[in-house]
Design a protein around this ligand. Sequence first.
Ligand code: ZN
Ligand code: ZN
Ligand code: ZN
Ligand code: ZN
Ligand code: ZN
Ligand code: ZN
Length: 236
Amino acid sequence: MALPSLDSSLQGIPKSVLAVSMETKYQCQQCHQVLRKPVQAQCGHRFCVHCFKLLTSSGPKPCEACQQEEIYEEPQSILNSNEAFPDNAAGREIASLPAKCINGGCSWTGCIKEYEAQHEGKCEYERVLCEACQVFILRSEKERHSERECEERTLNCKYCKVSFNFKQIKAHDEICQKFPMQCKDCGKKKIPREKVCALLGMGDMAKISYHGIFQIYDYFMVFYVKIINKMINKKF
Ligand SMILES: [Zn+2]
Ligand SMILES: [Zn+2]
Ligand SMILES: [Zn+2]
Ligand SMILES: [Zn+2]
Ligand SMILES: [Zn+2]
Ligand SMILES: [Zn+2]
């Protein structure tokens, strides 16, 4: 049975974080990294609490470490979720082991306890995945990348406000209905494309630009309102 993928913040601490050589008693028998919140099974083997829960989630399992060491013996070599206890002594020893950061360029050092509490998942030199473009970038550059550099970032068209993928925005400029253009008739600038395009197929009417029509329309509206007002005034 395939195990579900392990969350790296729950399984063991990478061995390479240890600034001293790894002793077997500090190693998880499941993920083979440094024990994180260790539990000890009936057989004496240690596991990260997360790894142990995962291992026994579908029922009791024979301990592979016992089999490899040829000390397998039932029933104590059967791993059972109810029969393991937190190994606080091992936990304390591991917490005080010297640690270093494994990210290139980072000079952080401390103990495992400090690593877990202060540095893990926060290192500026750690490369993190940009979900959008699937490229790893330094944590310290993630924000700038996402806002200004990512090829897959989404932007709003500044004319029509619709959001687009960065790569598509240039092509969109060519068809955006609100894109500002210049009127070929009167030279007036910043007319949305939708109004300029309305000229097409208008024949001679095209001599009056679309925005021009609205000006004429406005002019006549004022004119009619004046006439109507006069008529009303005469009646009453
Ligand atoms: Zn583990
Ligand atoms: Zn065992
Ligand atoms: Zn670091
Ligand atoms: Zn990206
Ligand atoms: Zn647009
Ligand atoms: Zn015009």
